[in-house]
Design a protein around this ligand. Structure first.
Ligand code: NAP
Length: 503
């Protein structure tokens, strides 16, 4: 291993150690000791961020765009070490980590280009009407301003693209908000390397050092202290429904509540319409098996449920899926805890007694092997445990009687990140009945694709009605910046007092 972690927090440009520590638990290679976070470290970081906000919140667009591009350069300069460390800590393949690094630097540069265009500021001007009767109208100018210091929680399943310099951090910095990251314990050395890269960029761009800090985890106290800190103005999170809901409730219970942008996952149902199934049931089953096992199923967009109309095409689809899954052996998950949670999720599905296990391989330790269950639409609707996300390569097939029952399943769905239709032209009428229902359930609707693979672009929505996320909006793509902006209206303001971005 070419990199030895320093194991400290990075607060406003300084490496700071604490007495308490935790050991990393990498999938391979040596374990290291890391300073554990605490409320005092969070307080130092939040105070520094608030101090930085005075200058960083008023930087011009070009300064922030150049800063984002410098972060991307600094990450690339540490690319080989980041991949090596990320692979050791998470067990994710190096090719996946290299792709994720490209996505991370790509989204930093995308936000630079996005803010340079300026339209994200949504400038509006209602000129004064001094002669209007019965009352004159004042001059009103509206522009989006940064919300203030933002807390970002590193995610276990994307050590780069949804973590230290991930989409939440990139969009908050682009908006002009200083960021305090809580590193995820699953990959503390990877978090440290990326935090070093951002700290180097802060110095190179001559910004206030409090613009960025990273506090390691170590206990639930850190996340709690972060979202409860009075100087933190918003939080970005990707993780479990339980953890996200706990943090959301803390944000709402503050004397001054703040927005909590939690992306909490989903079962991402796919509706396999009859004509498409008649044409290619086996191909669809094969494709689903590949999508379900990609990245050991550790994607929030993993398609965990397929709804099919009962009959021979359903049998062919299930056989092909099972054959595809059969070929995949146990794969390493991100943490021991996530592997345990996968197995207990599988046990919960079994314990309902309402789903038949078509395929289940034994797995232990940090490994997960795929599992496939079949149930009826009626049993699925009667057993809420079958509708919960099982994070990992577990699929459930719902055999329904007809299109009407498909619609009933769609109507009963909780909020989702994605919903998919596999269809041919002859399925259009059924699709026309489903789409208005699914539109109310999910942030992204797909035709003839698999939802894993979230494009980072202008038209992407990665979010959905609760419990998919705690907000109406997106944590991926350029629109993610809106979470960290606040409109301010300036009445009768002379140009000299308007924010620099108005010009
Ligand atoms: P998690 O348990 O939700 O934790 C994510 C982050 O939130 C961690 O930094 C954690 O701190 C913090 N946190 C959680 N509960 C908290 C609380 N009550 N108070 C303060 N801080 C809290 O997610 P995870 O560790 O990544 O993985 C656990 C499970 O989450 C997985 O098995 C999986 O089911 C799910 N998951 C889902 C997605 C998705 O996209 N849907 C992604 C990742 C994980 P600590 O690290 O200090 O505990």
């Amino acid at each position: 291993m070419s990199y030895t972690p320093h194991g400290k927090h990075l607060i406003a440009g300084e490496r700071i150690g604490t007495d308490d520590s935790f050991q990393s638990n990498p999938a391979s290679g040596a374990s290291h000791s890391f300073s554990a976070g605490n409320a005092d470290m969070v307080d130092r970081a939040a105070r520094a961020a608030d101090e930085a906000f005075t200058s960083f919140g008023s930087t011009d667009i070009e300064t922030r765009a150049a800063f984002l591009e410098t972060i991307a350069d600094e990450i690339e300069a540490r690319g080989a070490e980041i991949t090596e460390m990320g692979h050791a800590e998470t067990g994710l393949p190096t090719a996946r980590l290299e792709g994720e690094r490209g996505r991370t630097t790509g989204q930093l540069r995308m936000f630079a280009a996005h803010i340079r265009k300026g339209d994200y500021l949504d400038r509006r001007h209602d000129a004064a009407l001094p002669d209007r009767a019965p009352l004159p109208r004042p001059d009103l100018k509206l522009i989006q301003r940064p919300i203030g210091p933002v807390a970002v929680f590193g995610a276990s399943n994307f050590p780069l693209a949804f973590s230290t310099a991930g989409g939440d951090t990139a969009s908050a910095l682009a908006a002009g908000c200083p960021v305090v990251v809580k590193g995820h314990e699953a990959h503390p050395a990877t978090a440290e390397l990326v935090a070093d890269a951002i700290t180097a960029a802060v110095a190179k761009c001559d910004l206030h050092p409090g613009t960025f800090s990273m506090v390691h985890g170590g206990s639930l106290e850190v996340g709690k202290a972060l979202v409860e800190h009075p100087l933190i103005r918003a939080a970005g999170f990707t993780g479990s429904l339980r953890g996200g809901r706990a943090l959301y409730d803390l944000c709402a219970a503050r004397p001054e509540p703040i927005p909590f942008y939690g992306e909490l996952g989903s079962i991402n149902p796919m509706f396999m319409l009859p004509a498409a199934m008649a044409d290619r049931a086996a191909t669809l089953g094969d494709g689903w098996a590949g999508s379900l096992t990609m990245g050991v199923g550790q994607f929030c967009t993993n398609p965990g449920v397929a709804v099919v109309v009962d009959g021979p095409d359903a049998d062919a689809f299930i056989d092909a899926t099972a054959r595809g899954l059969e070929q995949v052996d146990g794969q390493t998950m991100l943490t021991d805890g996530i592997a345990d949670a996968y197995r207990s999720g599988r046990d919960t599905v079994n314990a309902t007694g309402a789903a038949r296990e078509v395929l289940s391989k034994t797995c232990d330790g940090r490994n997960a092997a795929p599992a496939l269950f079949v149930t009826s639409g009626a049993d699925w609707r009667a057993n809420p445990d079958l509708a919960h996300e099982v994070f990992g390569p577990l699929g459930i097939v719902l055999r329904v009687a007809d299109a009407d029952e498909m619609l009933a399943v769609a109507t009963d769905l909780a909020g989702q990140l994605t919903c998919t239709l596999h269809m041919d032209d002859a399925d259009t009428e059924t699709a026309q009945r489903l789409v208005p229902v699914l539109e109310r359930k999910a942030g992204r609707l797909l035709i003839n694709g698999f939802p894993t693979g979230v494009e980072v672009c202008d038209a992407m929505v990665h979010g959905g009605p609760y419990p998919a996320s705690t907000f109406a909006g997106t944590s991926v793509g350029t629109m993610a910046i809106r979470r960290f902006l606040r409109p301010v209206s300036y009445q009768n303001f002379p140009d000299a007092l308007l924010p620099g971005d108005w010009a």
